[in-house]
Write a protein that binds this ligand. Structure first.
Ligand code: FES
Length: 140
């Protein structure tokens, strides 16, 4: 990777956390295969977690992903594994990193759904860990 493309990627990740996704994209949750749409966020659309986070879009579309602290990076109940598109997501903050340290089944692709904000340049595939699957259910 060249220095300028690395700089572009860093800027893209910074924009993701500051502005949320800049265009529509798809988040597919495993193992159910249920997909929800992400995209630019307005204040009225925001649910829990950072605006435009994986948790925010899951809740918007009725997927009840567990989130015990309300999306403030103060627990690890919203732990997910980003199987595809992780490179389009914001950097892990110190608070998120600290909470992930205590999450069961931690992987190198683990994120807190409430803190994970993609820039929208790629679709995401997000696995809900097995220990948490019985807590994630659709609200219809
Ligand atoms: Fe508690 Fe995400 S809901 S850390």
């Amino acid at each position: 990777m060249t220095e300028s493309s690395s700089g572009t990627r860093s800027l893209s990740r910074l924009n993701a956390i500051q502005e949320g996704p800049r265009k529509k994209f798809k988040i597919t949750f495993l193992p159910s295969g249920q997909s929800v749409e992400g995209g630019p966020v307005t204040g009225e659309e925001h649910h829990d977690g950072l605006p435009g986070s994986v948790l925010d879009f899951a809740l918007k579309h009725g997927l009840a992903l567990d989130h015990a602290c309300g999306g403030f990076a103060a627990c690890s109940t919203c732990h997910v594994i980003v199987r595809e598109g992780l490179e389009t997501c914001n950097e892990v903050s110190d608070d998120e990193d600290e909470m992930l340290d205590g999450a069961p089944g931690l992987t190198l692709r683990s994120r807190l759904a409430c803190q994970c904000v993609a820039d929208g340049s790629k679709d995401l595939v997000v696995e809900i860990p097995a220990w948490n699957r019985n807590l994630a259910k659709e609200d219809h």
